[in-house]
Design a protein around this ligand. Structure first.
Ligand code: SF4
Ligand code: ZN
Length: 296
């Protein structure tokens, strides 16, 4: 297949856009979307020091590459890498992360569960079993990551989460009936660095392709404790459903964000439609439909 935009061979077919893209046009497409997300969210400003949460996997390695490529030339923005060593034997290698950071030419900071909490994740699993390993790990890592990035002078933490991760999280919260997590808006807390997710609109397979084309040396192995059953099920369901309905993952991402932003002020209570005089939430859907039917 040839690229829809030039004569080169395509490396990707995007079902949701109908486009075949070559390496060059795929790279432009992905980077343009990520820049747009960053701009729209106001995520990177002059004076920022962005700490990339570097796990050494494809997503965070690709994110570090993208951010240094895009912002590395700016003198008013700094990029750094932070790696947390949870103490999972045969998996987390700070050495791999260190060399990825060196390749990207950024500062590298690291901290370990053992040295800060006095226990490794392997030891926690020995004590508690592996059923809740991710809950313990996530809570501890989040705090240590924040502390390490803050001590390094960072102003924000960047995560490599992609569209699939975000859509899965929303769906999981729905399936658990976890209204609290869906609705709770994170308030800014003194000392807690804001989190940014530049790849949140990019499908996992595209981030993986970007990582493969642009970077080397990332870790392909997964965490030995990462068999979260619900996430694996949701991933399967979403991928299957998304095949016939390619906008599903975006819809879930948007749904999650709408929940989090709370109910906008102009639709908190019933108002009256200026055209039909009926009570409405926000804009009047009846009048919208009538207008559409009349072909206006
Ligand atoms: Fe920790 Fe779970 Fe991630 Fe493994 S998969 S590093 S246990 S959060
Ligand atoms: Zn092309």
């Amino acid at each position: 297949m040839k690229c829809s935009k030039c004569r080169q061979d395509a490396v990707l077919f995007q079902r949701y856009s109908g486009l075949h893209l070559c390496e060059d046009h795929f790279t432009i497409d992905l980077e343009t979307k990520v820049k747009k997300t960053i701009r729209k969210e106001g995520w990177i400003k002059s004076g920022d020091k962005i700490a990339v949460a570097l796990s050494g996997g494809k997503d965070s390695t690709a994110l570090l590459y993208f951010l240094t490529k895009t912002f590395g030339i700016r003198r008013d923005v700094e990029i750094a890498a932070v790696t947390i060593d949870e103490g999972i034997s045969g998996y987390r290698s700070t050495q791999i992360c260190k060399s990825i950071a060196e390749q990207a030419g950024v500062e590298f900071h690291t901290a370990s569960f053992k040295e800060h909490f006095g226990i490794t994740l392997d030891e926690i699993v020995q004590k508690k079993g592996d059923i809740n390993s991710c809950s313990y790990c996530g809570v501890l890592r989040r705090q240590l990551l924040n502390r390490t990035a803050r001590d390094a002078g960072a102003t924000k933490i960047a995560y490599g989460f992609n569209l699939d991760d975000e859509a899965q999280s929303v769906m999981m919260n729905v399936l658990r009936g976890d209204a609290e997590t869906l609705l709770r808006k994170q308030k800014p807390v003194e000392g807690m660095l804001p989190r940014i997710k530049p790849f949140k609109t990019i499908p996992e397979r595209e981030v993986a392709l970007y990582a493969r084309l642009q970077t080397t040396g990332y870790e392909e192995r997964g965490c030995p404790y990462s068999y979260n059953a619900l996430r694996a099920d949701v991933r399967g369901i979403l991928n299957q459903y998304n095949y016939g309905h390619p906008a599903t993952k975006y819809a879930l991402l948007n749904l999650g964000e709408k929940f989090k932003s709370g109910i906008p002020a102009d639709s908190t209570g019933a108002e009256t439609c200026a055209t039909c005089g009926e009570p409405v939430f926000g804009s009047c859907r009846v009048c919208g439909i009538l207008k559409e039917l009349k072909g206006e």
